[in-house]
Design a protein around this ligand. Structure first.
Ligand code: CMP
Length: 138
């Protein structure tokens, strides 16, 4: 079994579609084994998205992700990382396949409703960023 970190982003919490997104996650065969609703501080967001700090969209990204509540989650399944990336669809919703979370719900490349870890190494870092071990019930 593999674990990945998911974030349901402010555009989705604002529209009260976290339940719809969770249904798509569970229908894809991913178990939600930890979940909490939080508001990221600017410094937390800058640290979490640190790999993107040289990108032109970094400031906007931090502003967006701190603009409202997010739901952070740990998802578990066989091959959870690629399975969740497939379930989310492409980063840019205009390129996301039909039936994916981003095709169904994302508003733009920035307000794209969900985040998922992109590698096993980053999944461990990202899960530990938000969760203590005793908050994860597999
Ligand atoms: P996420 O998977 O959370 O990781 C980094 C985020 O940066 C990504 O989702 C997008 O929401 C955002 N992003 C990536 N490329 C762009 C872009 N060209 N313009 C604005 N935001 C972007």
């Amino acid at each position: 079994m593999e674990r990945t970190l998911s974030i349901i982003k402010p555009d989705a919490t604002r529209r009260s579609i976290t339940g719809k997104i969770n249904a798509m996650i569970e229908e894809a065969g991913l178990s939600i084994i930890a979940q909490k609703r939080i508001r990221l501080s600017v410094s937390q967001a800058e640290e979490f998205y640190g790999v993107h700090k040289e990108r032109p969209f970094f400031k906007d990204l931090v502003e967006f992700i701190t603009s409202g509540p997010v739901v952070v989650q740990v998802l578990e399944a066989d091959n959870a990382i690629p399975l969740y990336r497939k379930t989310m669809g492409a980063t840019n919703p205009s390129e996301a396949e039909e039936g994916t979370i981003r095709a169904a719900h994302a508003e733009s490349i920035e307000a794209n409703s969900v985040h998922g870890s992109d590698s096993a190494e980053n999944a461990v870092i990202e899960i530990n960023f938000f969760f203590d071990q005793d908050e994860i019930v597999g």
